[in-house]
Design a protein. Sequence first.
Length: 409
Amino acid sequence: MKKNIFLISVFAITTFFGCTKDDRMHIRIWHQMRVEERVVMERQLARFMESRPEIRVEMLYKETEQLRNDFVIAAYARQGPEIVYGPSDMIGLLATLDVIRPLEQYFDEDYLGHFHETAKVWYEGHLYQLADKLGNHLALVYNKDIVAEPPETTDELIEIGKKVTVDRTGSGRIDQYGLVWNYTEPFFYVPFLAGFGGWVMDEAQERPTLNTDANVRALNFIQELRDVHRIVPREADYEIADALFKEGRAGMIINGDWSWGGYISAGLNIGVAPIPRVSETGLWASPMVSTKGFSINENIDDDKLTVVLEIIMFLNEPDNHLEATREVKTFPTRIETYDHPVVTEDPILINSKRQIDVGKPMPIVPELRAIWDSMRPHYQMVLNGRKSAEDAARDMQLLAERKIIEMLE
C-alpha cells in the first residue's frame, strides 16, 4: 500500500510541474574549448536551437588528452558524441583507429573552397576535420604598461627582460619577471628548437629528428634564460605563468591564441608579436601552427547525420567566425572574413597572422604523441640539472624511436 501511495505521489508531482518526455533529437559535442571560446559557441548554438526547436545540442568539456582517450573508448563501444571538436594533432590517431568519418563525401568542392587550405585537415587521402579556427599557436604577448615595444630578436628579449625583472620591495625576491611561460613542456619549447634550425620530425613525418646540434643549442638557451640571465622564474607551469602575467607581475608571456581574450577580459593592456628571431641563427622562433575544428563520429546514426552536417555548417558561417574572432581573438578559417575590419584593423589579429606565417605546420601523424612523450622527461632533466643537453638530445631520439616502433607493432 505504501508503495502505491509513493508512486501516486511521484506521478502527481511530475504532473504538477509539467514534466514531460523530451522528444527532441539530441546532438552531443565533446570539446576542449576554454571558457571564452565555449561561451561564444554556446551562444551560437542557442540561436541554432531557437530556429530548430526540435533539436537539442549539448556540449561537454574535456581536457585535451581526456577528450581523445574518452572519445576513442566510447567510439569503439559504438557510443560517444556525434561531433568531436578539438585540435588537428589528434586527427591522425582518430583516423587510424577508424573512429571518425571521412568528410569529403558530405562537403563539395565549392563549399570547401570558402575555407583556408589549412582548415581542411586531410590524412591519407581523406578529409577528417573541417576547422573553424586557424592557428592554435603560440606567440609573444606583452603587457604594454611594462614593455612599451616587443623585442624582435632573442638578444633584445634578454635585454628587455633584464630591465623589467625587478625586486620592487627590496625583499631579495623577484616581484616582476621579464618573461614567463610554460617552458617545461615540449610544445612550448618547440618554437626555439625551430629557431635554432631544428624540428621534431623529418619532412616525410616518419622519423624523429631530436639528436641534433640545433636541439642541444636550444636546450642550453632555455636553461640560460632562467639560470644565467634570470629573466624567467625558477619554476613555472602553465597556471603559474598565466597567473603571474594576469597579476601584472610579468612583462611578457609566451602563450597561445586561446588565452589572449582572457587577458583582455582581465583588464590587461596587451600587445601580441611574433616570438623573436634567434639572434644566433637569424631564424624565427617558429611555433607549431594547427587548427581546431569539427569531426564526426564514425558510429553516428543515419537519422542524425543530416542534422550534424547542418550544425557544422551553421557554426562555420562567416558571421559566426567573425563573432568568435572579435571576442576571443582567434583567427578564422572562412576566406570571406579576411577583408573584414574585425580582421584587418585589429593589431592583435594582424600580428597573430604574422606569427602564423612564420610558424610550422603541426604534424598530424600519430607518431607525434610518441615524440612529445619522449622529449618531456629528458628535457625536464636538463632543466633540473640532472642531464646535459647533449645527453638529453641523444636520449630523446632513442626513446622516440623505440616508442614509435612499439606504437606500430
